[in-house]
Design a protein around this ligand. Structure first.
Ligand SMILES: [Zn+2]
Length: 113
């Protein structure tokens, strides 16, 4: 980050309930694949179900500031984007991620999505 330059943070919440097996599996798959493609998608970090990604792409325990389901991110996958790369058109990479998540869930999507 350049000194003195205002950087706007941008985040997306994908509302999934980690207490429900299918939604947990979907959230886990999204976490894994978004993490793998974080550089090209302009993702700064991801928080899901008491875990947070690190800048090197590993996952560590997340210590919530608010001890609620939302604070612990048990009810949403939180994706934080870097302000500049996050603004680009990422549709090609997103198609890969969606395809891989479909495979992880045993539900491949149509190839021409
Ligand atoms: Zn959040």
């Amino acid at each position: 980050m350049e000194d003195g330059k205002l950087i706007k943070a941008k985040a997306t919440g994908v509302y999934l309930d980690a207490a429900r097996p299918y939604e947990k599996k979907l959230g886990d798959a999204l976490f894994r694949w978004f993490l793998l493609y974080r550089m090209s998608l302009g993702i700064d970090f991801i928080v899901w179900n008491n875990e947070k990604s690190t800048p090197t792409g590993t996952i560590r325990k997340y210590h919530a500031t608010k001890n609620t389901r939302s604070g612990r991110h048990e009810d949403h996958l939180h994706i934080e984007f870097r302000s500049q790369t996050g603004d680009r058109d990422h549709s090609d990479v997103l198609k890969i991620v969606i395809g891989e998540v479909g495979v992880a869930l045993g539900e491949p999507l149509p190839p021409n999505l």
